[in-house]
Design a binder for this molecule. Structure first.
Ligand SMILES: NC(=O)c1ccc[n+]([C@@H]2O[C@H](COP(=O)([O-])OP(=O)(O)OC[C@H]3O[C@@H](n4cnc5c(N)ncnc54)[C@H](OP(=O)(O)O)[C@@H]3O)[C@@H](O)[C@H]2O)c1
Length: 374
């Protein structure tokens, strides 16, 4: 397939004003295919940009290298890039904005609001803030940092237990009417809250954790997304690196110069890592069988679950990016998928996926609309 026609179908937005034809750099083969993500059409895998300079799993990386990495991703056909105001905070949006400025209108950038950040110091208070006036302020600041006239996908990062979701959805609806935002998203919402938000302003995409390490969305959420026509962006799809087979019970996360988030994540204690190694062994077995790698099997497994799920593995390494994109070529027959699902289903994952204070923010329901609370 010619590069231009491939981009035509894997390109940025299904109902967008497609700009001038864009071609990948000579010699770089784009990753084939596209996925419908709610009303958007994007590449089957997106790129999580969080760890590039926010210090989550590595020290902030060289700016030029990360810009080159994002350009390489574009050349490989990646059309969804994920960031948030809270990553850094601010600096991740700035980096993504700088890197993707040449591709305006040809890629989709998702960003998020909703953590309470002191704008004077850039310090996160630990709380949430989805008050409508704050959402408007964040939108304007994110637009500046991302160098955009409109945010493609604007997610509430976590449900604010003090703000009715109708007020949040209403604020985003106003931003859409003003042309500052194109689509509304929620991350880790409670399902009643999702339906209430959707009734005010259609939710295009939910961004939730989903991987072989955390299969929570299978209980009820996938069916609800399907019913409502909402796409799912799967965060931490390779289990914060665990599902790549490069981490074991001897891996330590107390590194000098930055705080690796995994140091305090219950899944990354030596005991949890040891207990969960059967999952890595399973992925290695399948990687041998499918002539691929554990990371590719972990991602291909997600892609095989539903055609409207887009995993966004995060990386700072171009080889890892290429390896991850290789997942698109890994296909399972229905029998293979049944077998892999059954085997993975027998593996009991030990440890909570998040620390308690973070876990309570997931699946939370917003308070009732103001008029009902009087
Ligand atoms: N909505 C939310 O609340 C939320 C929460 C967390 C994350 N996110 C989004 O989801 C994205 C992805 O999640 P994540 O970064 O937390 O987890 P992830 O994608 O599951 O894992 C990232 C880790 O895996 C490593 N890695 C990636 N590919 C690899 C490969 N092929 N071989 C070996 N190691 C590899 C990366 O290191 P290298 O840099 O060395 O490759 C990094 O340490 C983030 O960037 C962010 O945009 C959203």
């Amino acid at each position: 397939m010619a590069a231009a026609s491939m981009l035509g179908c894997a390109g940025a937005r299904r109902r967008s004003e497609n700009g001038t034809p864009w071609r990948p750099a000579a010699g770089v083969r784009p990753t084939p295919g596209s996925r419908e993500l709610g009303p958007l059409e994007v590449s089957p895998l997106g790129l999580g940009c969080m760890s590039m300079n926010s210090g989550n799993y590595n020290p902030p990386m060289d700016r030029h290298e990360m810009i080159r990495l994002m350009h390489h991703a574009v050349d490989r056909g990646v059309t969804y890039f994920d960031t948030a105001e809270a990553y850094g905070p601010f600096v991740n949006e700035e980096l993504v904005g700088e890197a993707l400025a040449p591709y305006k209108g040809k890629v989709v950038i998702g960003t998020k609001f909703g953590f309470d950040i002191d704008y004077a110091t850039g310090r996160r208070t630990g709380g949430l803030n989805s008050r409508p006036a704050h959402i408007r302020r964040v939108a304007d600041a994110s637009l500046r940092r991302l160098r955009l006239e409109a945010i493609d996908l604007f997610y509430q990062h976590r449900v604010d237990p003090t703000v009715p979701i109708e007020d949040v959805a209403g604020a985003v609806k106003d931003l859409i009417a003003e042309g500052k935002v194109r689509h509304f998203g929620l991350s880790e919402p409670g399902m009643k809250t999702l339906r209430r938000a959707h009734a005010v302003q259609p939710v295009a995409v939910v961004q939730n954790e989903y991987s072989l390490l955390w299969r929570g969305p299978e209980a009820e959420e996938l069916a609800i997304f399907e019913e409502l026509g909402i796409g799912l962006v799967a965060w931490s799809p390779i289990g914060l690196g665990f599902l790549t087979g490069t981490i074991d019970e001897h891996t330590r996360f107390d590194r000098p110069g930055y705080t690796d988030y995994r140091l305090t994540n219950p899944l990354f204690t030596p005991e949890a890592l040891r207990a969960n190694m059967p999952l890595v062994h399973l992925l290695r077995d399948w990687a041998r069988r499918k002539d691929s790698t554990p990371a590719q099997i972990a991602l291909a497994w997600i892609l095989a679950q539903r055609p409207w799920i887009v995993p966004i593995p995060g990386t700072t390494n171009p080889q890892h990016l290429d390896e991850n994109l290789g997942a698109v070529a890994v296909e399972f027959t229905p029998e293979e998928l049944r077998e892999l699902n059954a085997q993975a289903g027998r593996v009991v994952v030990h440890g909570e996926r998040l620390r308690k204070e973070l876990l309570v923010m997931s699946g939370r329901e917003a308070p009732p609309p103001t008029r009902d609370r009087r």
